[in-house]
Design a protein around this ligand. Structure first.
Ligand SMILES: Cc1cc2nc3c(=O)[nH]c(=O)nc-3n(C[C@H](O)[C@H](O)[C@H](O)COP(=O)(O)O)c2cc1C
Length: 193
């Protein structure tokens, strides 16, 4: 019988500038669920980090590459991404797709492609999104979700679950109790499967 992989370390990436915003609340609720079944959770606030855009030098893709050539905060993020068993990625919908902060992080994950098996393989990924419109299609949330699905599909990473909901003002998402329940359950799911 094969033993199920035990998820211990969960890394949360907040892609909104609003630390107490709706996507952050969803991420925090996922983290609460993960912690309730014994996971250690670390949260990174992308907006507060020095992460430059990918400069397309391709140094990271060369044989025997030492990884990304940009020496900024992303270097410590790479290490944490590799070490974590599960990732929670939270983003608001900005202009019908993910936020610029989230996209910045995603572009820099290009450097993980040569080590995709190690970086993405076996990882459990949870996505949390919020948008101002009432409809996931009209808001552009589906575009963002499609981006995650395509990107993680490309690197053969597994998305364990997605939670998304409508809320405009920071904190408004708390009114959606059913969604918060779903988020907490997703947190447990990424740890215990
Ligand atoms: C720059 C900007 C662009 C936005 N673009 C959209 C959009 O295209 N579609 C939408 O439904 N809401 C849009 N919104 C609203 C946010 O998605 C919404 O307020 C969301 O709940 C914010 O999440 P947060 O609290 O985690 O930051 C936009 C907000 C900002 C500030």
């Amino acid at each position: 019988m094969t033993k199920k992989k035990e998820v211990k370390n969960v890394l949360v990436l907040l892609g909104s500038p609003r630390k107490r915003g709706n996507s952050a609340i969803l991420a925090k609720t996922i983290a609460k669920g993960a912690k309730s079944v014994g996971a250690r959770v670390e949260t990174l606030y992308i907006h507060g980090m020095k992460i430059a855009p990918c400069k397309s030098c391709y140094a990271c893709q060369k044989p025997n590459s030492k990884g990304c050539s940009i020496k900024d905060d992303m270097q410590s993020v790479y290490k944490k991404l590799m070490e974590a068993d599960a990732w929670v990625i939270a983003s608001p919908v900005y202009w019908f797709t993910v936020s610029a902060q989230t996209k910045l992080w995603m572009d820099r994950c290009f450097a993980l492609i040569p080590r995709a098996g190690e970086a993405f393989g076996g990882k459990r990924i949870a996505i949390a999104m919020s948008y101002g419109d009432t409809d996931p299609f009209k808001s552009g949330c589906v575009n963002a979700l499609r981006t995650f699905q395509d990107a993680f599909g490309y690197v053969k990473a597994h998305i364990s679950g997605i939670v998304y909901g409508s809320a405009m003002d920071a904190g408004e998402i708390k009114k959606n109790e059913a969604l918060l329940k779903e988020a907490e359950e997703l947190g447990r799911h990424i740890v215990i499967g």
